[in-house]
Ligand binder design. Structure first.
Ligand code: N01
Length: 549
């Protein structure tokens, strides 16, 4: 007897995308859904990333689900930006409120996914050897879910404690009295460094690339702002879809940075710096991400801020980013980051000039032979972004396609939602969509709504399977590239480009044409009977999707 468990739809991942997919597939289509989640709780990114200082860089009133007006009215965020424990609490609340846990199997890591063209079924195999089958497979596997530690020689020799920010121990870590190293100065490093510095006896930061870091200006929630926001929630959610980053409330810029006087520019940047937040700053002028000359004005402003905050001018110069236009790597929001370098026990190592050669039993050795001794090393070294999670699952079809092989030169997708050759496998915020360049929850909701409408259409039309054509996928992938090439984004060696992973193809992966354009395109395609996709008709009485309808 087969031990294979049968469902109408399988969802991999119980982060915000997976949870919303479960809710909609179950409640709107009446499908029998099984979610498979590697962790022992919901939350995805917010479940795994528990490092000190972990916080969202999108304001909490925006960074939340929009699908249930009661939910958004009843939840109250304590601060302007939600921190990890609060966001995880919120996601758990959503899971309980909508009774989602009964369709989630935790501690279940999917290793293998195969589509059979004869039966139109996906078979998912888990690390523990279980097998699940369904006509539909939704990969809600996240964009930043495969933590990466660089392949340093001697990695296993180090006798102290090591941590990765993306796999932080649930019980927390106390660095009191310890000599601590942090490698990496992206969002995770910048958020954790000020807190680790409060505990550690010494803290040494190894910085390879200096980033552009803006003040978050976090603080307790202003209850008047919250009340106003809640009163306007419906309009604000709709307005967010009409913006490039899926975040409402920022008037779009109207002027070039080069059309105003230097004094006007500085006044504008000062105002944005004081306000806090990255979208607000990028919205200073129309061309900050399009013209290097315009961008240089913002860079100079931030450099001067760093020089004014950091007392040691050698340290300040090392902290001034100089190898990429501002905003082309993810802008980081901080609380007290630059000030941390004014503390006597905090040291900065320029790992660009003098790279890390490897780990030793006692610490870290640089290429010039300098050695440091530590009790603990924190790897804030990022993720195999956007494609890593799908590569970890061996995705194949019985007629010989392999997703890893098809994506050898970079991801090929239609809208970041599907990949040709892999019918009925949907991605939530996959490469080629605005996902990581947008308010993620909004983009997850938009993707799930599109997928659910598509499955509903298929059921009504008696279709068993859908996949994009090679031609439409090629056109979309080229469009994603052309749109990025018209901006400054490809000038940075970022994880958007796969540049942080040795050997990964350098392809700019997110769609940066804006959420508003992207959503319109998705809707146009659906309205035209899923133009650019092909269907396989169901062989009656086998109908692709069961459920109550
Ligand atoms: O990872 P990163 P992250 N030697 O890839 C360095 C989201 N996020 O976890 O830039 C020395 O940005 C590497 O150096 P370089 C957000 O989207 C959001 O910080 O490659 N250093 C870099 O400094 C973010 O962008 C939030 O030269 C090495 C760092 O490690 C994304 O997650 C919070 C090295 C990695 O930075 C990833 O952020 C946290 C080496 N061999 C994360 N290898 C918020 O919402 C790598 N590095 C605020």
């Amino acid at each position: 007897m087969s031990n294979t468990k049968q469902f109408d739809a399988l969802v991999v991942g119980a982060g915000v995308g997976g949870l919303y997919a479960l809710f909609r597939l179950r409640e709107k289509l009446g499908l029998n859904v099984q979610v498979l989640e590697a962790g022992d709780g919901v939350g995805g990114t917010w479940y795994w990333n528990r490092y000190p200082g972990c916080r969202c860089d999108v304001e909490s009133l925006e960074y939340s689900f929009s699908f249930d007006p009661e939910l958004e009215q009843e939840w109250s965020w304590p601060e302007r930006y939600g921190n990890q424990p609060e966001i995880l609490q919120y996601v758990n609340h959503v899971a309980d409120r909508f009774d989602l846990r009964r369709n989630i199997q935790f501690e279940t890591r999917v290793n293998n996914a195969t589509f059979d063209r004869k039966t139109n079924l996906w078979t998912l195999k888990t690390e523990a050897g279980e097998t699940f089958q369904a006509p539909v497979c939704i990969m809600a596997t996240g964009n930043l879910s495969i933590p990466r530690v660089p392949d340093f020689p001697g990695l296993d020799d180090f006798q102290g404690d090591t941590y990765h920010t993306g796999l932080w121990p649930h019980e927390g870590v106390d660095f009191t009295g310890k000599r601590v190293a942090v490698i990496g100065t992206g969002s995770s490093g910048v958020q954790s460094i000020p807190i680790i510095a409060e505990q550690g006896e010494t803290l040494t930061v190894f910085q390879r690339t200096a980033n552009y870091i803006l003040p978050a200006a976090n603080g307790p929630m202003n209850r008047e702002i919250e009340a106003k926001h809640k009163a306007e929630y419906r309009e604000r959610r709709a307005a967010a879809y009409d913006t490039p980053f899926g975040i409402a409330g920022f008037p779009p810029p109207t002027q070039s940075a080069l059309d105003v006087t230097p004094e006007e520019r500085t006044a504008k940047y000062e105002q944005k710096w004081a306000e806090g937040g990255s979208i607000s700053f990028l919205y200073s002028y129309t061309d900050l991400l399009l013209s290097d000359e315009a961008n240089a004005t913002a860079r100079e402003f931030v450099h001067n801020k760093i020089r004014s905050i950091v007392k040691d001018q050698n340290v300040a110069e090392t902290l001034c980013p100089n190898d990429h236009p501002m905003g082309t790597k993810r802008l980081v929001l901080d609380t007290g980051y630059y000030e941390t370098y004014n503390k006597q026990h905090v040291h900065l190592v320029n790992a660009r000039k003098n790279p890390i050669a490897g780990l030793t039993q006692k610490g870290i050795r640089l290429e010039d032979g300098t050695e440091y001794e530590f009790d603990a090393i924190v790897f804030a070294t990022g993720f195999d972004a956007m494609t890593g999670a799908l590569k970890e699952i061996d995705v194949r079809t019985t007629d010989g396609r392999s997703l890893t092989k098809d994506w050898e030169a970079g991801p090929y997708t239609m809208l970041g939602l599907m990949s040709a050759g892999f019918p009925n496998m949907f991605m939530i915020t996959g490469p080629g969509s605005p996902g990581v360049k947008s308010q993620m929850i909004l983009s997850c909701e938009q993707h799930v709504d599109w997928i659910v409408d598509c499955l509903d259409y298929m059921r009504r039309e008696g279709q068993a399977a859908i996949e994009p054509t090679d031609e439409s996928q090629h056109d979309w992938t080229m469009h994603v590239k052309d749109v990025a090439d018209a901006t400054l984004y490809p000038k940075a060696a970022s994880w958007y480009m796969g540049a942080n992973i040795p050997g990964k193809p350098r392809v700019f992966m997110p769609y940066v044409g804006g959420v508003q354009r992207y959503k319109a395109k998705c809707e146009e395609i659906a309205a035209n009977g899923y133009e650019g996709f092909t269907f396989t008709a169901a062989k009656k009485p086998e109908l692709a999707l069961a459920g109550d309808d």
